[in-house]
Ligand binder design. Structure first.
Ligand code: FAD
Length: 137
């Protein structure tokens, strides 16, 4: 089965409540392990940036589930590609919070110094996530 990688951006909706990130991560870690999905999620209280990788069937399935989640909207796929190896194979769903999304990092990968994944191209988003992965360990 092919491996694919999908990167998307989205924005919190009015339905999003404090504490929802913890429940999202808990569901993600349980479900992703069962589906063989790995990846990373960045969040800064306004925007999400998520990378999902795994079999094409599993990534498409979980993306369809996530796309119906009322806690976010305006989903935009930044990249979807077949890959020969995983970039985030050690993470059922690694998490990057706002404190790691520094001005310096944003200026390196986007046109603004604030985290806004809608202003990033897919390759920049992937490079930034890879840099954050090395930092987090
Ligand atoms: P449960 O684990 O039983 O749900 C846990 C709790 O979350 C519920 O009690 C409920 O309060 C709340 N909840 C669940 N679904 C919704 C919803 N649609 N709207 C409001 N509250 C809800 N899921 C993954 O499996 N893998 C991921 O990588 C992943 N990434 C996500 C990224 C983002 C930005 C968002 C917003 C959601 C993500 N989710 C992910 C969650 C996904 O959308 C589903 O909510 C989840 O897969 C449902 O899992 P479950 O059936 O085990 O629900």
């Amino acid at each position: 089965m092919f491996l694919v990688q999908l990167i998307y951006a989205s924005k919190v909706s009015d339905m999003f409540l404090p504490g929802d990130v913890e429940s999202i991560l808990a569901s993600a870690r349980d479900n992703n392990k069962a589906l063989g999905i790995t990846g990373m999620l960045c969040f800064n209280s306004t925007y999400f940036l998520q990378c999902l990788e795994g079999s094409r069937a599993a990534v498409n399935k979980i993306f369809n589930t996530i796309s119906t989640d009322s806690r976010h909207d305006d989903m935009l796929i930044l990249a979807y590609s077949e890959i020969y190896k995983r970039d985030f194979g050690d993470w059922d769903m690694g998490y990057v919070s706002e404190s790691k999304l520094t001005r310096k990092l944003m200026l390196k990968y986007s046109s603004t110094d604030l985290f806004n994944p809608f202003s990033m191209q897919g390759t920049s988003a992937l490079s930034m996530l890879s840099e954050l992965k090395s930092e987090i360990g």
